[in-house]
Design a protein around this ligand. Structure first.
Ligand code: NAP
Length: 246
């Protein structure tokens, strides 16, 4: 929707990944002045199109549109971003079809690195519906002891210092500095922040944190590609479910 430059990059990367995986993708680039009715009509059309297994609306959308209504309108079994309340609720009880792509990507990184979450102190910084909250829930399901920090947290540095596993999903460049990281901690940086000089940095100060961490993700090239990989996984999963039901 509209011409957000970051959204353009994300959409292009998702299209490229679809091509790589052999998934057909259809782009509907709609102008910023699109009405709610037009957008809802498109979602309805895609909901009813049997050749479409997954639908995502690249956020953010222009301010005059109702984002919540858009998320609610996507059929839950085609909701490959896992933002629909039905899918969010399923994550809460640990009985899900799709996981939201970014937290799922983080879990995959931890698992593939051979890191056991059981009993570990996990600190998630950020409580958004799309990253922070589901992230905390997945760490909890994996038997971590989870703390969620946000903008009103009293002593962020002290809380992060306790963590065996730190997940930063804030959107503030290099908020988490090396002195906040416990020796040997695992540090996952979800943040993607574009500085005035166009440089992309995370929410973690990489140079300081990497001296303390036993494992750390870079920005770019860490969580970002995993998010796209999980979107492909969700889409294939949706396609398999739909083909079983045909
Ligand atoms: P969001 O909706 O803006 O949420 C940010 C969260 O950070 C909020 O919960 C906010 O607290 C908290 N916060 C803000 N300032 C803080 C501070 N000084 N101390 C502690 N907590 C603070 O952002 P989001 O959508 O979750 O995204 C977070 C970051 O991840 C962004 O940089 C975004 O670009 C990036 N991201 C990356 C990917 C990827 O694929 N790599 C995917 C999604 C997002 P309150 O709730 O109290 O306001």
């Amino acid at each position: 929707m509209g011409d957000d430059p970051a959204s353009r990059i994300y959409v292009n990367n998702k299209k490229k990944a679809c091509e790589y995986c052999g998934i057909r993708s259809f782009e509907y680039a709609m102008p910023a002045e699109t009405t709610q009715e037009e957008l809802m009509a498109l979602i309805e059309k895609l909901n009813n199109d049997d050749s479409v297994d997954g639908i995502l609306c690249q956020l953010p959308i222009p301010k005059h549109l109702d984002e919540k209504a858009v998320i609610n309108a996507i059929r839950p079994d085609k909701d490959v971003d896992a933002f629909h309340p039905a899918n969010v609720g399923k994550i809460m009880i640990g009985d899900y079809d799709f996981l939201p792509c970014t937290p799922a990507g983080v879990m995959e990184l931890i698992k593939e690195s051979g890191i056991d979450i059981t009993g570990k102190e996990c600190v998630v910084i950020g409580r958004s519906n799309i990253v922070g909250k589901p992230m905390a829930m997945l760490l909890l399901h994996a038997h971590g002891t989870v703390t969620i920090c946000h903008s009103r947290t009293k002593d962020l540095a002290e809380t992060v210092r306790r963590a065996d596993i730190v997940v930063a999903a804030v959107g503030v460049p290099e908020l988490i500095t090396g002195d906040m990281i416990k020796e040997g901690a695992v540090v996952i940086d979800v943040g993607m922040n574009r500085l005035a000089d166009k440089k992309l940095v995370g929410d973690v100060e990489f140079s300081g944190a990497s001296e303390k961490a036993s494992a750390i993700t870079p920005v770019p090239g860490g969580v970002g590609p995993m998010t796209i990989a999980m979107l492909m996984k969700n889409t294939v999963k949706a396609a398999l479910v739909h083909s079983e039901n045909k």
